[in-house]
Design a protein around this ligand. Structure first.
Ligand code: URA
Length: 258
């Protein structure tokens, strides 16, 4: 691959910016300063330095982000800060969020430049599990759980697939602690805390599901997606690269194709 293409692909800059760096003698291949942007580089065997720093080729990047409130799940926006604005990575300009969380939803969001994997995870045909914790205004009963299990009808007539709803905490007492991240222990004790697993990803789906049973979601946090669990060491706004086993699970996970 041409060195200017290689460097712009890994996010060092645009082709023009990269050419400028080369002209300024800031790029070295195997310890030799280069001055030709068309020179070929072997990304597997050549050592490339830009401004003295080693850069390497990585075709795909996979980051898990603990999305904070107030940022939107998009690559750019005229008004609001986006999840990409939180990232400091050489491939930042190539990354996009896999699906969307609402502006006020927190938790697991995957960012990547791998369009195929994103498609696999988002395709409505694949029925990928997504687990959320929600703080609810209203009282969850066995009947509510049953209604979610049987498939709710939303206000616009859409019939949801069966969802698994569990009461986690009421009046400060845990009913089914499961994997609930303790970091949310401070969530209001006068509201029901529930976990909910859905296989779809319609717009505002969880909020609309609770509206269908006359309840209101006041906090929403995504804990898991396709078997990937948000690293509890990540504070809101922090991110890290996926580990090999996490990526393998995401790529090979048990997805349906119906
Ligand atoms: N369902 C919602 O209502 N909002 C989200 O952000 C995710 C799922």
């Amino acid at each position: 691959m041409r060195i200017d293409k290689f460097l712009s692909h890994i996010g060092v800059g645009t082709r023009t910016e990269v050419k400028k760096l080369i002209k300024q003698k800031k790029v070295k291949i195997n310890d030799c300063v280069i001055n030709d942007p068309g020179i070929k580089v072997n990304d597997a065997s050549d050592q490339v330095l830009v401004c003295g720093e080693l850069v390497s080729y990585q075709e795909f990047v996979y980051l898990m982000l603990n999305k904070p409130k107030g940022v939107i799940s998009a690559t750019e926006d005229k008004r609001d800060k986006t999840v990409i604005d939180l990232i400091d990575h050489p491939m930042k300009s190539k990354l996009f969020p896999v699906g969307r969380l609402d502006k006020d939803t927190t938790g697991l969001l995957l960012l990547t430049n791998d369009g195929d994997l994103s498609h696999q995870l988002l395709s409505p045909k694949k029925h990928v599990d997504k687990t959320y914790y929600a703080l609810i205004e209203g009282c969850i009963t066995d009947e509510t759980t049953r209604a979610f299990k049987e498939g709710l009808k939303l206000a616009d007539g859409y019939e949801c697939m069966p969802a698994v709803l569990n009461l986690v905490k009421r009046d400060g007492i845990y009913h089914d602690k499961g994997q609930f991240p303790l970091v949310f222990d401070m969530w209001d004790d006068d509201k029901d805390l529930v976990s909910i697993t859905i296989k779809e990803g319609k717009f505002h789906q969880i909020k609309r599901m609770f509206e269908a049973v006359d309840m209101n979601v006041v906090e929403l946090y995504r804990h898991q997606m396709a078997g990937l669990t948000l690293d509890q060491n990540l504070n809101q706004g922090q991110y890290r690269e996926l580990k090999d086993d996490e990526l393998k699970e995401l790529k090979t996970g048990d997805r349906k194709n119906v």
